[in-house]
Design a protein around this ligand. Structure first.
Ligand SMILES: [Zn+2]
Length: 470
């Protein structure tokens, strides 16, 4: 079945490879932290669990290759330097946004597209001023200058913006509403949640779509509640808005799946893979658009870097992705539930759950000691962690930090075991220097056959689409 589907998709895409003129509509999808193994790992996970298609849509695009991701000062890039390479076509040092290695501002695809009269869009699952979207919006020496980036957004040539919200810096005392008000004062209409996105096509002037909740990033797809805004809501709103306002000229639209990276930093395969599925769902919307405009649409999918050093197979010549099926929440959400269940906030209320109760918790939420066998060594190791938390000298708050969250050591050890026994081995909680995939379809796709580095993509798009680089 997998093979037949691949073949059908390949034939369809091949039919629409070439067109005489450059693309009028460009979609540029960036999966943050989405290494090649994350893509293949997700396909295996989907096939075993049914949580997504066994063939992720973009993995079948007719032009497929890999690109190097190194920054000017390291083989291992961060999202800022990689974002700058992807947006501006320039290598820079880790942490720089929209500057070259000499700290001089360099222009980006949104600026080039706007200078040639195209509509522009930037959407992400994380903060609109986080590193990847920031690279298409701003120019600043340090990615952590969130408020500088937010201020630059106000006058950036971005017609359609979408994200969880504005990230604020603790030291300023500002709240996200401060920047939403600033946006409105700058003539940007701020919309909150999908209900308000419905009439977006008739909205005049620049728009900014936010989640509608008090959060600067969307929740993980694996933790999503029914009323949560999704990346697909943003992409659908973006397509409606941009195609209504720029029907004559066309548009450039960058879309980031920002939290595939968070799943990698946490070494949480289920969260990472379901985030990748969610990203692919958003790409489906661009594919629908492409079906309507096959001669004029270019779709690129790539990543800024790999996160976590994900290995397929952890020491054995076999995979058991079906063992991941019972995990229905992220490690972060599982930690929250674990703490609510076993670790009262007030020390005087501390209880000592039995080892059987702890096993019961992971039996319910991860199927450990149920359909997923826990071998003697693993049980001894988990028991040791239990004692280090709930024993006489135990530390209830024993946790494992990663870039975006802090999880109970009991939960991280249980999820680590689950990942490992399923065949997903993580090397560390940071980025790696591995190359990432580049998947391209549509008008002008064959121009990317020779693209082998992240800094080559933006100039190639600009040349094809007729953007004005300064
Ligand atoms: Zn990262």
């Amino acid at each position: 079945m997998k093979k037949v589907l691949s073949l059908l998709l390949a034939v369809f895409f091949a039919l629409h490879l070439s067109a005489s003129d450059g693309p009028k509509y460009v979609f540029y999808f960036i999966g943050d932290g989405m290494g090649i193994n994350q893509v293949i790992g997700t396909c295996e996970y989907n096939e075993a669990t049914g949580y997504g298609p066994a063939v992720v849509n973009f993995s079948q695009f007719p032009v497929r290759g890999f690109i190097t991701t190194y920054s000017s000062n390291s083989l291992v890039t961060d999202s800022a330097a990689a974002g700058t390479a992807l947006a501006c076509g320039v290598k820079t040092y880790n942490s720089a946004i929209g500057l070259n290695a000499d700290e001089k501002p360099v222009s980006n695809l949104c600026e080039w597209a706007k200078a040639a009269g195209f509509g522009t869009g930037v959407a992400t699952t994380v903060g609109i001023n986080h590193a990847t979207p920031a690279s298409f919006i701003a120019h600043t020496r340090v990615r952590g200058n969130y408020e500088d980036i937010a201020v630059q957004y106000m006058t950036a040539p971005v017609d359609f913006g979408a994200g969880g919200g504005f990230i604020v810096e603790k030291k300023s005392g500002h709240n996200p509403a401060y920047f939403e008000n600033m946006a409105q004062k700058n003539g940007i209409t701020v919309l909150h949640g999908p209900e308000q996105f419905k009439d977006i096509a008739s909205q005049e002037g620049r728009v900014l779509c936010l989640s509608g909740k008090e959060q600067n990033s969307l929740p993980y797809a694996i933790d999503r509640k029914e009323d949560d805004t999704t990346l697909s809501d943003f992409v659908s709103a973006g397509i409606s808005y941009l195609s209504a306002h720029f029907a004559d000229k066309g548009f450039f639209f960058m879309v980031e799946g920002g939290k595939i990276d968070n799943g990698g930093h946490a070494n949480d395969a289920a969260a990472c893979f379901q985030e990748l599925n969610d990203f692919a769902d958003a790409i489906d919307l661009a594919l629908d658009f492409y079906m309507q405009h096959p001669e004029e649409t270019l779709i690129l999918v790539t990543a800024d870097h790999e996160t976590g050093g994900l290995m397929l197979g952890s020491g054995q010549y076999e995979m058991h992705p079906d063992r991941m099926a019972a995990q229905h929440m992220s490690m972060d959400a599982l930690t929250e539930l674990f703490r609510q269940t076993f670790i009262p906030e007030d020390e005087k209320d501390y209880i000592t759950p039995s080892w059987e109760q702890i096993k019961g918790f992971f039996r319910t939420h991860l199927s450990l000691w149920d359909s997923v066998e826990v071998d003697d060594d693993a049980e001894a190791s988990l028991l040791e962690t239990y004692n280090s938390i709930f024993g006489l000298e135990g530390n209830r708050n024993s946790s494992v930090e990663n870039l975006y969250s802090s999880n109970s050591k009991m939960v991280t050890d249980a999820v680590d075991y689950l990942n490992k026994t399923a065949g997903y081995g993580w090397s560390f909680g940071s980025h790696s220097g591995s190359p990432v995939g580049l998947y391209v379809t549509g008008c002008g796709a064959d121009a990317f056959v020779t693209v082998k580095d992240n800094a080559q993509i933006a100039p190639t798009i600009a040349k094809l689409a007729g953007y004005k680089r300064d």
